[in-house]
Write a new protein. Structure first.
Length: 570
């Protein structure tokens, strides 16, 4: 489904309604918490608030969120669509180019039942499911027990875990993030990249398992789980590995009794992970030019780099510092989570060096990763401070449900659904309030329903992005993807398609990549002057298969190679 809403929505009314709904939901959850004296209502607030923030942003949209304004979203939809239409998940939308994130395409295609039409309807919901998954994963990930004097004791209570899930869901972002160099982590991760959000689901579960593993079998399984995180998002796997190394180094430095076990666990898990994921790493090294220097891969001059992952989070960061000190003394699980935050800060510091050599790639991913662990540890810090307050005012805060309710209510004004204003704070929303231009929507519809799923589209590289995202077809070249190794040969075919008069050489070169269609637009003709639409339509090896748009202004003409028959006039 390309259009998410059938009629315009009063955005101010929707915003105010969501804020009131969040206040009502918070009141209901707190009352339920006080009545039941259990932590689960805090989880309900986390899940319900995520649904409100998701609906506030997506409900008014007339197209999939950021489909067009964001090249990442266009490319990501295309990567999933070509797999849903039956193509190999090991290639990107550019035919023959190795894919750098194949897991997500397979997962989404399978969830859609291998239907590109259903995938377009399903995709907006994946952000909501991912948001719920993050909250639940934090709650589960902080679980685990250790042997105490009276038997197994939980490292973190259900109250701490539920508050951590709530903070991770709603205090991940801050109101002024939209004005910074690295915008709203919740929107830029959960809404824009649910494929990366899945890493925030797997990582807490991995930490839970790693904290309690025993013996060689457990170590091997931990390595395999870590390898799964690499397939989900390899950068998150790298961050976790850095955190594990810090965890082991601290055990050695402090000469902990568990140091030998900790080092063995870390080394074995990382080695097993490296062996298991090595085929994917080879694909990544071959298919993605991450060592290529680019001027844009530097830290923006106006970005206060060292403050981005610290002071910009405001009071949440201060709580996280306290929470880290508390968690460090709370057993193996606590030390693992603190190590992850410290590792993220260390990686962020290292970007100062990478920027000098123009290799500071994926900077935003480190910011969002850091802010996630900041929010979780902030919840632990807030709970500890509330517990200390209970000693001063035992009549008010002695009961854990009273402390939990107090912390939740104090944090409520800072939770994302209470301040989020998508048209103002999200650059992708204003453009997404308009439907996809008809000429692109119609072209995608034709490709999706009237062409061979394995046919490849050449021509305009901007239209190519839409041919993959809405048409579910692979392309010869596409804007937003790095050039494949045989890029010059593909460019030669593009020129031959525009100006080549000899059918034989054209057919032979097109067959190399199974190019069956050419997307002709005014921009394509301008880039390949002196090509003209009239000259292309007059060639016997082309047939006009589909036409969208206005000849005098903007259009997309899909020409089929060797279609047969006389080309009809548009």
């Amino acid at each position: 489904m390309i259009h998410a809403a059938s009629s315009p929505v009063d955005l101010a009314l929707l915003r105010d309604g969501v804020r009131l709904a969040m206040l009502g939901l918070a009141a209901a959850c707190v009352l339920l918490l006080l009545r039941l004296r259990r932590a689960e209502p805090l989880l309900l607030l986390a899940l319900g608030g995520s649904a409100l923030a998701w609906g506030l942003t997506l409900w008014p949209l007339q197209r999939l969120y950021a489909l067009g304004p964001s090249s990442d979203r266009l490319g990501n939809i295309g990567l999933c669509q070509v797999v849903a239409s039956g193509n190999s998940p090991l290639q990107t939308v550019q035919i023959g180019q190795l894919h750098f994130e194949p897991f997500w395409g397979v997962l989404v295609a399978a969830l859609s039942g291998w239907s590109p039409d259903r995938l377009l309807a399903l995709y907006p919901w994946l952000s909501l499911f991912a948001a719920w998954g993050v909250a639940l994963a934090v709650y589960v990930g902080l679980g685990g027990k250790s042997e105490g004097p009276a038997g197994p004791e939980p490292w973190f209570s259900s109250w701490e875990r539920a508050l951590a899930a709530l903070f991770a869901a709603h205090l991940w972002s801050a109101p002024l993030d939209f004005a910074g160099s690295y915008r709203d982590p919740w929107g830029m991760t959960v809404l824009l990249k649910p494929n990366h959000t899945l890493g925030f689901v797997v990582a807490p579960l991995f930490l839970r398992y790693f904290a309690g593993l025993r013996g060689w079998k457990g170590r091997v399984v931990a390595g395999l789980i870590l390898h799964l995180l690499a397939w989900v998002f390899v950068i998150h796997m790298a961050y976790v590995c850095v955190g594990l190394c810090l965890f082991a180094a601290e055990a050695l430095w402090r000469r902990r009794a568990s140091a030998r076990r900790d080092v063995g666990d870390v080394v074995t898990a990382i080695v097993v992970n490296a062996l298991a994921v090595s085929p994917y790493l080879v694909m990544l090294l071959v298919g993605y030019p991450f060592t290529k220097r680019m001027a844009v891969m530097t830290i923006p001059a106006l970005s206060p780099h060292l403050l981005e992952t610290t002071a910009r989070a405001g009071g949440v960061f201060a709580l996280a510092v306290w929470g880290a000190l508390v968690a460090w003394r709370r057993g193996r699980t606590g030390r693992l989570w603190v190590s992850q935050l410290l590792a993220a800060q260390l990686v962020w510091l290292g970007y100062l060096g990478l920027s000098l050599v123009e290799l500071a790639r994926e900077r935003d991913e480190v910011v969002y990763w850091t802010r996630f662990f900041t929010a979780v540890l902030a919840a632990l810090g807030a709970w500890d401070l509330a517990t200390r307050a209970a000693r001063a005012w035992p009549r008010l805060f002695a009961a854990p449900h009273a402390r939990a309710a107090t912390v939740a209510l104090l944090a409520l004004p800072f939770m994302e659904p209470c301040w989020l204003d998508p048209p103002l704070m999200d650059d992708y929303v204003p453009a997404s309030l308009e439907p996809v231009p008809p000429l692109l929507a119609e072209t995608g519809e034709f490709l999706r329903h009237h062409t061979d799923p394995r046919a490849v589209v050449a021509g305009d590289i901007d239209v190519a992005r839409w041919a993959s995202a809405l048409g579910a077809r692979r392309v010869l070249l596409s804007r937003g993807f790095h050039s494949p190794p045989d890029g010059p040969e593909r460019e030669s075919l593009q020129e031959m398609l525009a100006n080549g008069a000899q059918a034989g050489p054209l057919r032979a070169l097109a067959a190399r990549w199974n190019v069956r269609y050419v997307a002709v637009t005014p921009a394509f003709l301008k880039d390949h002057a002196p090509a003209t639409l009239e000259a292309l339509l007059a060639r016997p090896h082309f047939r006009l298969a589909h036409w969208s748009g206005d000849r005098e202004h903007a259009y997309v003409a899909l020409l089929e190679i060797d279609g047969g028959g006389a080309p009809p006039a548009p």
